[in-house]
Design a protein around this ligand. Sequence first.
Ligand code: GDP
Ligand code: IMO
Ligand code: MG
Length: 436
Amino acid sequence: MPSTCVFGAQWGDEGKGKIIDRMATDADQVVRYQGGANAGHTVVVAGEKFVLHLIPSGILHPGKVNLIGNGVALDPVALLAEVDGLRERGVHVDGSNLRLSASAHVIFDHHRVMDNLAERWKGEGRIGTTGRGIGPCYADKASRTGLRVGDLLDEERLAPRLKAALAEKNAWITEVHDEPPCDYEVELQRFRELGKRLAPFVGDVGAELRDAYAAGSMVLFEGAQGAMLDIDHGTYPFVTSSNTGTAGVAAGAGFPANKLEGAIGIAKAYCTRVGEGPFPTEDHGDEGQKIRDEGNEYGATTGRPRRCGWFDAVAVRYALELNGATGLIVTNLDVLSAFDTLRIATGYRIAGEVVERYPVDVDLDELEPIYESHPGWGEDVTGARTWDELPARAQAYVKRLEELVGTPIVMLSIGPERDQVIPLAALIPELAKGGA
Ligand code: GDP
Ligand code: IMO
Ligand code: MG
């Protein structure tokens, strides 16, 4: 479809980077529209692993335009480090294939400091953020005290706005948290220089995108995080600070909402979460550890071990419904080859009642998932490239997932490499007509 959003349908790290890199073959523009360097999107090409934090996952394809929209919380240090890192590895990155919105909000040093202090203040109630300054940057945006990329390039604006922002932040840092203030002169100097390095990439991303779309371009929007981390619809307050799915596209990229045609959710064949907060199907025992070992489930941004558990059909169905998904891609199916028995949560029991629809405003720690069991297939599937090459039990498991979430599964991923996918036609024909 000419405009498609690819979003996480769980708690992040579903394999979006891999899938977007794969889908970028058919796209002209790949666009990040929310989140920031809290994201870690892994792309593996011919055994070489790249972890992208801010640069869209189309960057490894020559000739594609990668855009960072106004809705991204932009850390210039992280972005430039990523540019340098890619160039060192022979990837072409310059103002011709990477462009950045002048309206994106900037993450300063003080935002990272504040993120970590806020977490310390919360103590046991901490969110387990990535420490990348995301929450404080978006808070400033909403408070209308933030600085944007365009401000970095304009000396007249940068100095007074940074001074005013820091005066307020430093009062909080020193008086509430008893920590040393951030130095205005040091930050000013640093960000002035960073602004100069960013300048070749900066432009009007929204206008470029709308023009390109009108001229017939194929646009791919790259979600970061996942639906269950969405600030409005996720497991608040254990969420990130942006709208992670299709709802974020219009605001975060300057692209008309009614022009978005496709919405593809990504979910692992099991489930992981990094950071604190409810995770109904988490397995605290040996099976969870085994998923972590088999799937190498460690955070791409922070290296933290990911919490692991079983596929939660209630949560994924909710994520797909919420985002108007036209399709689902299931990743990491290969990881489940190591298990004799698999489990899928089909509902929750809450205070004795069975619930099949994701509940809002209940304590998710209080609910008990209702599981059904499936026999494992016990053989390697990483070499399969067609549906028919999958063992019958793997096919049955995937079909059951599709039935439970009510959205057509349009592709399977059976390994981290770009070519390790199985495109699918409708498994359950009735679903192919509509989507969630
Ligand atoms: P993202 O944040 O959604 O892009 O996902 P991450 O990159 O944080 O985490 C996904 C991890 O799974 C990465 O290490 C990928 O290389 C890996 N991966 C992606 N798809 C597959 C798959 O189908 N099978 C396996 N075994 N690993 C995969
Ligand atoms: P990708 O795009 C998984 C989690 C953090 C924490 C919460 C808030 O790679 O899927 P933040 O730093 O955003 O304020 O942290 O959100 N989190 C992610 N978890 N994948 C991510 O991104 C995440 N980005 C943030 O662990 O629980
Ligand atoms: Mg990730």
